[in-house]
Design a protein around this ligand. Structure first.
Ligand code: ADP
Length: 476
């Protein structure tokens, strides 16, 4: 079986203690990962600090060069990385291949824009010159979830490294495999030892040790709200900035003038992608009452035609990440049965070949009251809730009626309505007549309300990994 080491100061490290990584398509173990604790986190932070002394003396062009080289190596190893990601997460192979391509793009994109990172000169009284510098924080900590291990690794590391920081990453315990592969490729790309360290392990052990470490200068976290709150508290205790991305309950808002033929396939893929285990999943449909019946029938037909299977067979829908996650989905679906109308799904597929994996059928609820759990809670599974509305005012109220505010989409041919809705909906990203943006590397992404704060992706993501220094020089 494959063994996954930690990568600290350029060395592959094992601790003698491991945890088992399971293939969710079969339920069988496929790797043993090194279980890091406080000692390894201390070593990783120290290694990053020491590497920072070296990296801060290098030019922006040097940083761009190593990041570009890393992107090239990811592309060279694309098939191998996609196979590993497919096995680790259970996601359909073509999705894993897309994830690899987006991962490479993150490093290329930030390699490109980092050389456009500059300060300003500021008007001052005669005899003074004032300017700002955009400087890295130093050592940045990154705690990632299990749903898109490669993309999340790149999304958080690429801007941090581009800005000149040195990093310690704690990947999710369910999916530690590919983050370590990226750290290996980074060494091959010419990263000095310690510029990127990866410490696999459990959240309350390695994760908590990293978040509360006095030697870190910034934290980036994507995951659940309770853990995000704990991480923000740890950050507050050390007075370090934190970026939190805590998921959503994102609506597709479908008006009577929408092109349903175009909308329905995208509405289905917005909840089916990665088996619904996507922060920005379109998990609610709000639909005008005049097209409600037609839309539900079309979604149902597509849901029932989806091919379910192991990731490696490249189905439409792979398994959930774990039995624990499947139990959580099932329990919310049970609650949904009491609160709304179950149209299709709501159980495990009746197929012996899928027996060992953590599969769940795509599930559609209709007539979901705004207050129902399936309309309010992030389920992180292939469960879509539909709620009809009468007019624009009600649509906006429903869209904004959860604690979250990550993504929303508006489907209409009326350009005025599209602008009004984009204005009135509380979300970090609003799409019109489309959903998602194939990774959206260039587009600032992050939450309103309880979906979190801070932005990743785009130029704003790069700025977030810098601190401003203002320099004033008397020239008399
Ligand atoms: P999920 O419930 O979807 O697994 P979590 O928020 O628990 O999401 O996990 C996201 C990441 O946070 C994972 O890398 C996990 O190991 C880490 N984590 C979990 N608990 C803690 C904690 N107490 N402190 C720091 N990190 C944690």
């Amino acid at each position: 079986m494959r063994t996954i080491p930690a990568l600290i100061a350029g060395e592959e490290v094992t601790t003698g203690t491991t945890f088992t990584v399971v293939d969710p398509s079969t339920g069988t173990p496929f790797a043993e990962a090194t279980r890091c604790g406080t000692a390894q986190v201390d070593d990783a932070v120290e290694a990053a600090r020491s590497a920072f002394g070296f990296v801060r003396g290098r030019s922006a062009e040097w940083r761009a060069g190593v990041l570009r080289q890393l992107a090239a190596l990811i592309r060279r190893d694309a098939d191998r990385l996609a196979d590993l990601e497919c096995q680790d997460v259970g996601k359909p192979l073509r999705q894993a291949r897309t994830d690899v391509a987006v991962t490479a793009r993150y490093f290329d994109y930030y390699a490109g824009i980092l050389q456009a990172l500059h300060g300003d000169t500021l008007p001052q009284a005669d005899g003074m010159v004032a300017f700002t510098r955009r400087e890295p924080f130093g050592v940045t900590a990154h705690i990632t979830p299990w749903n898109y291990p490669l993309q999340m690794t790149a999304r958080t590391l690429a801007p941090a490294l581009a800005a000149g920081n040195c990093c310690v990453l704690k990947p999710a315990e369910d999916t530690p495999v590919t983050a370590v592969e990226i750290a290996r490729l980074a060494l091959e790309a010419g990263f000095p030892p310690g510029m990127l360290n990866v410490v696999p392990g459990f959240g309350p052990e390695a994760g908590a040790a990293l978040a509360g470490h006095p030697g870190i200068d910034h934290i980036s976290f994507t995951g659940s709200r309770p853990v995000g709150t704990a991480i923000a508290q740890a950050a507050a205790a050390n007075v370090v900035p934190v970026v939190l991305e805590l998921g959503g309950k994102s609506p597709n808002i479908v008006f009577e003038d929408a092109d349903l033929g175009h909308a329905v396939p995208l509405i289905v893929s917005a909840i089916i992608q990665n088996c619904g285990q996507t922060c920005s999943a379109g998990s609610r449909v709000l639909v005008h009452e005049s097209v409600h019946g037609k839309l539900v029938a079309a979604v149902r037909e597509r849901f029932e035609a989806l091919r379910i299977g192991p990731g490696a067979q490249d189905p439409d829908l792979g398994p959930l990440i774990s039995d624990r996650q499947r139990a959580r989905v099932a329990s919310l679906v049970e609650q949904g049965r009491r609160e709304a109308v179950l149209v299709t799904g709501g159980d495990v597929p009746d197929d012996e070949r899928l027996h060992g994996g953590f599969f769940y059928r795509p599930t559609l609820f209709d007539h979901v009251p705004a207050t129902a759990a399936v309309a309010q809670e992030e389920i992180f599974g292939p469960v879509l809730s539909v709620t009809p509305f009468r007019d624009d005012t009600e649509a906006v109220a429903l869209a904004n009626g959860t604690e979250y505010g990550l993504v929303a989409a508006v489907w209409t041919r009326d350009i005025g309505r599209a602008h009004r809705l984009a204005d009135e909906v509380c979300a970090g990203q609003v799409f019109v007549n489309t959903y998602g943006a194939a990774g959206g590397v260039e587009l600032p992404f992050g939450g309103w309300k309880r979906s979190g704060y801070g932005r990743e992706k785009g130029f704003e993501g790069l700025l977030g990994y810098t601190q401003t220094k203002t320099v004033v020089i008397g020239v008399r």
